[in-house]
Write a protein that binds this ligand. Sequence first.
Ligand SMILES: NC(=O)c1ccc[n+]([C@@H]2O[C@H](COP(=O)([O-])OP(=O)(O)OC[C@H]3O[C@@H](n4cnc5c(N)ncnc54)[C@H](O)[C@@H]3O)[C@@H](O)[C@H]2O)c1
Length: 394
Amino acid sequence: MMSQQQISVAVIGAGMAGRSHAAGYRQANTVFGRGLPPIRLATIADANTTLAEDAADRYGFEKAVSSWEAVAEDASIDAVSIVVGNTLHRPIAEALVAGGKHVLCEKPLAGSMEDARAMVAVEKGADVVTAVGYTYRRNPAIAAIRDHVVNGELGDLSLFNGRYWCDYASDPRGPFGWRFKGDLGTGALGDIGAHIIDLGEYICGPIESVSGGALSVQVAKRPLPLGAVVGHDAAPVSDEMGEVENEDTAVFSARFRSGLTASFSVSRTAFGMPNGLGFDVYGLSGRASFDFHRPAEYQLDDAQPRSGTGGGRQVIVGPQMPYFRGGYPMQAPGVGGGNAEMFTYQARAFLDQITGAADPVPPNATFADALHTMEIIQAVVQSSQAGGASVPVS
Ligand SMILES: NC(=O)c1ccc[n+]([C@@H]2O[C@H](COP(=O)([O-])OP(=O)(O)OC[C@H]3O[C@@H](n4cnc5c(N)ncnc54)[C@H](O)[C@@H]3O)[C@@H](O)[C@H]2O)c1
């Protein structure tokens, strides 16, 4: 059990995102003051022991184990990140919560709506922290744009355009990994759409309906991998092919409760876009634009548009922005920052939630919040099956 002296953490999954969680825990006590007890970096679990051992060694965790069950059974561990394929989230979360452990689960919440609802039922009865890592909320530029919107600096909103364009599935020879299995909605929509949908609501408030859903598959069959696949990496493949079960690309429109209309597009076959998360938000007296390929800046236009000197200007993140003050070793504007810091702030928020810090980092999303994202995705799928009809979000 957690003592006042320390908090023991573990990461389940040492693939692409698991290492980011491990690095986040390692750094969490270096940011935002000294409010946490010491963090004991206890265990990394991965079925691929080479990966687990490498991550444990790199990030200073005490040991590597080959099964998530070993973490669930270890009474000395207080808090755990679940960073494996989505269909495993539910059984692991259920076992961890039953064992009294705090859980930070990766998005999307689960591999199916049934599993996601079961996880929310577990959350309702739990007396541990249950959280979901919507990492992009922790980007200082995105949080600053949200502040502009919430403070009314852009005026009444008129348009949101959100996109997450990636190219990790553009190559038809890319291996048939876990991302290509599962019902419609678990492809690009669940994998990357979950992030930009969450950001749309983080910035603009709740979505109440979607319409114009259209899903497509560009690469219908992929070669089966001959060994382990890590993240989006290439891997040796066989001549045997697996049938892609879910969408490569999806577009849809959304209406927010405020009346704001929005368009979203997501694709994992967008050639040349390694991690193209971006959005534009327009109001009657300003606009802001963000592109994760330039993670430490955003465009802001809040000048008098008809003065002749209007136009977007580049805003460089710095200590005046959320997360930056106290969150970067070098407290100077323009020193950059990106993905690794976001995972540190997310880990810190999770640990603050567990320890009840006096001046906490904004808390993570809950399982219920992440179920809501999946309900939006389901509505997009239903809209596509109904020829683009409008579908309310429950
Ligand atoms: N927040 C983000 O920015 C972000 C980025 C990437 C992925 N993710 C999410 O993180 C999760 C993992 O994605 P990834 O890209 O890291 O996947 P990955 O395939 O790179 O890694 C998953 C790891 O799980 C391991 N594994 C599989 N079965 C296991 C088992 N039974 N016990 C222990 N380990 C097992 C695999 O060996 C693999 O190393 C997904 O839910 C994904 O959506 C989030």
